[in-house]
Design a protein around this ligand. Structure first.
Ligand code: ATP
Ligand code: MG
Length: 396
């Protein structure tokens, strides 16, 4: 494919559930996210919304592969159609243009085709049906190996008559989903592991904007462990837009739990405090829920009993999109979204530093609650300090 031909893209999006007033919001958010993505792609582009369609037009040179890759990270896009364009210089020129286009793109002519013309300008001398018939005729004359198939063509050649004339026949798949920003915002508990970035990706794909919180435990966890989380947030921002990452110093809370509570329950109690703190920040930043990378049975702290105990610590809805996924399935997505390489870097994780040899797998909520009472003296103060020293990093 000679990608240098292309000067514009038609953006397709799934319209299911996008009716009435919602459609307007959906399209506006999609345009905003496309502009955000293209800013990173380099080059200069015009993104326009006309009669229910979104077009991206390049002003000057651009790198085709790069632009497609960035567009493929914009949720809400179902297809990306690279378009060629020409000035309207008459119908004969249009036919020449189609003949050349087909030759450039399809060396082997043993194919069926259909022409689908569409006029947004009614002053064009031919109507859509006439354009279809006449252009089809010219193609058949020029390339005798080609044939028409109106039901199931190998190549569907779209011709759009607007101010200029545009043509496309290829559709590159987009990521699907809904544009970020159309479904509110949620707080992702982002660790340096494989799972939580994937969880964030999946919720963002439903149109939810992301903030993130990372519990850091210096000196038990290093600056490099923190940098890894910043890097993961950056990968996510490619899909989700700018991410406000809250880095909470969790060391004193962790040490205090270690001092006062049974060691088999450390992970679960720690996790409950993470949820409480995350919920607090979420409440102050207009987040409508929390997101974690938990999956049933993956580790001791993710049995049904452990999840129930974790869930009990906060009121906000907790979204766990990986709940029914195997590790293999999660890894597959992590690879696709390019977070895997970063996630497997071997830096310590604050939850693994203090893990007991035999953590409880069936915690009883009443017992956990009783043991948390032993933290009464200082825990509120420690949480307060952790919140006051929240370091916010804007990652984009
Ligand atoms: P991950 O790969 O996401 O770290 P995991 O399999 O290691 O998950 P756990 O360590 O049990 O699982 O953590 C479960 C979830 O709790 C994580 O997916 C994440 O959402 C949250 N979490 C754990 N540790 C942290 C942390 N240090 N900071 C923020 N969130 C965390
Ligand atoms: Mg982890």
């Amino acid at each position: 494919m000679n990608t240098g031909l292309y000067k514009a893209f038609l953006i397709k999006y799934a319209e299911i559930g996008v009716k009435g007033k919602n459609r307007h919001l959906f399209e506006e958010a999609l345009v905003r996210q496309i502009k955000y993505a293209l800013k990173k792609a380099g080059g200069s582009f015009q993104v326009t919304r006309t009669s229910g369609r979104i077009y991206v037009e390049a002003i000057g040179e651009f790198d085709f592969e790069d632009v497609v890759a960035y567009l493929q990270a914009v949720f809400g896009i179902s297809g990306i159609c690279p378009m060629v364009s020409m000035a309207d210089e008459g119908f004969d020129q249009l036919c020449d243009f189609v003949v050349k286009y087909v030759d450039d793109l399809y060396q082997d002519k043993h194919r069926s085709f259909k022409i689908a013309a569409r006029r947004s300008r009614k002053d064009y001398p031919l109507n859509s049906m006439e354009i279809n018939a006449k252009v089809g005729e010219v193609l058949l004359e020029t390339y005798p190996d080609m044939k028409v198939d109106v039901h199931n063509p190998d190549i569907m050649i779209h011709i759009e008559i607007r101010e200029k004339i545009y043509m496309y026949s290829e559709v590159i798949p987009g990521p699907g989903g809904m544009p970020v920003g159309t479904n509110g915002k949620a707080m992702l508990l982002l660790s340096g592991g494989i799972d939580s970035p994937v969880a964030g990706y999946m919720i963002a794909k439903r149109g939810v904007k992301l903030d993130a919180v990372y519990f850091h435990a210096p000196p038990y966890t290093s600056d490099r462990a923190k940098q890894k989380v910043v890097d993961l947030a950056r990968q996510l921002s490619r899909y989700a837009g700018p991410v406000y990452l809250h880095v909470i110093n969790f060391t004193d809370i962790q040490l205090y739990i270690y001092e006062k509570c049974p060691h088999e329950e450390l992970t679960i109690i720690m996790r409950r405090y993470m949820m409480r703190i995350a919920e607090h920040i979420a409440g102050e930043t207009e987040c409508l829920g929390l997101i974690t990378g938990e999956s049933i049975g993956q580790v001791a702290s993710q049995t049904m009993q452990s999840l129930a105990a974790t869930d009990d610590a906060c009121q906000m809805p907790v979204y766990r999109p990986l709940i029914g996924f195997d590790k293999m399935e999660i890894v597959k997505v992590a690879e696709q979204i390019h977070t895997y390489e970063t996630s497997i870097q071997p830096f310590e994780d604050c939850c693994t530093i203090f893990v007991a040899k035999h953590p409880v797998t069936k915690p009883k909520l009443s017992v956990i609650q009783k043991h948390e009472k032993m933290l009464e003296d200082k825990i509120e103060q420690l949480i307060q300090t952790a919140l006051e020293t929240d370091e916010i990093i804007i990652v984009s």
